[in-house]
Write a protein that binds this ligand. Structure first.
Ligand SMILES: Cc1ncc(COP(=O)(O)O)c(C=O)c1O
Length: 428
């Protein structure tokens, strides 16, 4: 193929770069202003760095935002997930349906409850648990499912909630990526028995470190509070007050300095989500025209974007994903392969270490799940075609247009790039 002008020639094949604008400030996250600094300073100056009332104020903010009965501010999302799963009443040997395509913290706390994950395929459009695959994996030991609204896209809740109801399973939502997302008008985090939002720095309403546990269940709230918030047990109006001297052995409360950041960030979340969404949707529509899958939300869903992940259908673009990433990087695009490894392929599972972590030595091995790298072929294949772009929280159209041009150039020259990629004759 002859590529005439160097402007149109992909940078990987000697042309000039499509992206010349500096994306540093367009992609800076979190957005920290004087308001965050003032909020933190006020708490710091108070000298009350463990039990400041700002943590309760943050819980009230989330209660109002989500319309839920109980909110517990925890020191991070992982501790909040452990507390929620423990409070669901998981017992040794119980099975929990869970995605493999997620961050480890969605799943690993299951083991600390003595239960085990049963990994399911992710469905290709909304990226959460595949309801059909999950149903096929239900056994008499299955007690719960972990639903992850991955990258900010709500999962297929109608099917998953139906499945849970039919088989009497508890539903835990990991909404760590999905602050502000809605399913049929209802906020995610309010759809199951309990949910958690991570407030780690990259998240949509960050605190540095923090986790928000939400539930409408008095029993779940009480258990999670006894587990990790001993100082609040005496405030309970129930016989659980008798545990005030010990709690249940963990300490999960959020640092008030984090709560100060979290409150300020939350105040601006919806306006910042809207800007990020508008930017990503604008670029997504241009990328869809090139045959890329961008996971735009279906009509009954308001998604958000913790990360902007797209999928390169190699059969459609005729460009291997590694070559596409390399060619886009050569154009000046800040793109990478997403970092989460598939969990079912990790040594903790494939080498059987999970038995030690979950202390399941007394449970016959034959009644525990087996984990093999070659399991979940559909999720594995889909995962190999994902590409992560910047989330463009503060980008303007000029930068987005340059990214669109980079994709157009690269995909327009797919055969030449593939050939150079295979022969090793592209630019280093
Ligand atoms: C899907 C998911 N769940 C849970 C967590 C854990 O949250 P944290 O980092 O606040 O412990 C994270 C990320 O950090 C996450 O991405």
């Amino acid at each position: 193929m002859v590529l005439a002008a160097t402007m149109d020639r992909p940078a990987l094949l000697g042309g000039s770069r499509a992206v010349t604008l500096d994306g540093t400030s367009a992609n800076r996250w979190p957005i920290v202003t004087d308001e965050d600094v003032a909020a933190v300073t006020e708490v710091l100056r108070s000298g009350e760095l463990s039990l400041h009332k700002i943590t309760g104020a943050l819980e009230n903010d989330y209660r109002a935002l989500l319309g839920v009965k109980h909110v517990l501010a925890c020191c991070n999302g992982t501790s909040a997930i452990f507390a929620a799963l423990h409070a669901l009443g998981l017992k040794p040997g119980d099975e929990v349906l869970a995605p493999s395509a997620t961050y480890w913290a969605s799943v690993m706390p299951i083991l600390w409850c003595g239960a085990v994950p049963v990994f399911c395929e992710s469905e290709p459009e909304q990226l959460g648990l595949d309801p059909a695959d999950a149903e096929g994996k239900i056994t008499p030991r299955t007690k719960a499912m972990v639903v992850v609204h991955l990258w900010g896209m709500p999962s297929r809740m109608d099917s998953l909630l139906g499945l849970a109801q039919k088989h009497k399973l508890k539903v835990f939502e990991d909404a760590s990526h999905a602050h502000g997302a809605k399913w049929r008008g209802k906020p995610v985090g309010t759809l199951g028995d309990a949910a958690v939002f991570s407030l780690q720095t990259n998240k949509l309403a960050p605190a540095g470190e923090g986790g928000i546990l939400v539930t409408n269940s008095d029993a779940i709230h009480e258990h999670a509070l006894c587990l990790g918030h001993f100082e609040r047990i005496l405030n309970l109006p129930t016989p659980a007050r008798r545990f005030a001297g010990t709690g249940f052995g963990m300490k999960h409360r959020m640092a008030p300095l984090s709560a100060a950041v979290a409150r300020t960030q939350l105040k601006h979340m919806s306006e910042r989500n809207a800007r990020r969404n508008a930017n990503i949707e604008y670029l997504s529509k241009r990328l869809e025209k090139l045959g890329l899958r961008t996971f735009l939300a279906p009509p009954d869903i308001e998604r958000v974007y913790f990360l902007f992940i797209i999928q390169n259908d190699e059969a459609a673009t005729r460009l291997p994903t590694d070559a596409l990433v390399k060619a886009l990087q050569a154009e000046g695009c800040d793109v990478v392969r997403p970092k989460y490894p598939l969990l079912h392929q990790q040594p903790v599972f494939t080498e059987g270490v999970f038995v030690d972590i979950a202390r399941l030595h007394d449970v016959p091995r034959a009644s525990l799940p087996t984990y093999r790298k070659e399991d979940l072929p559909r999720t594995t294949a889909a995962n190999a075609q994902l590409i992560q772009l910047p989330a463009f929280p503060s980008a303007d159209r000029a930068l987005l247009d340059q990214y669109a041009t980079a994709f157009e150039k690269v995909l327009g020259a797919a055969p030449a790039i593939t050939e150079a990629w295979r022969n090793g004759t592209h630019r280093a």
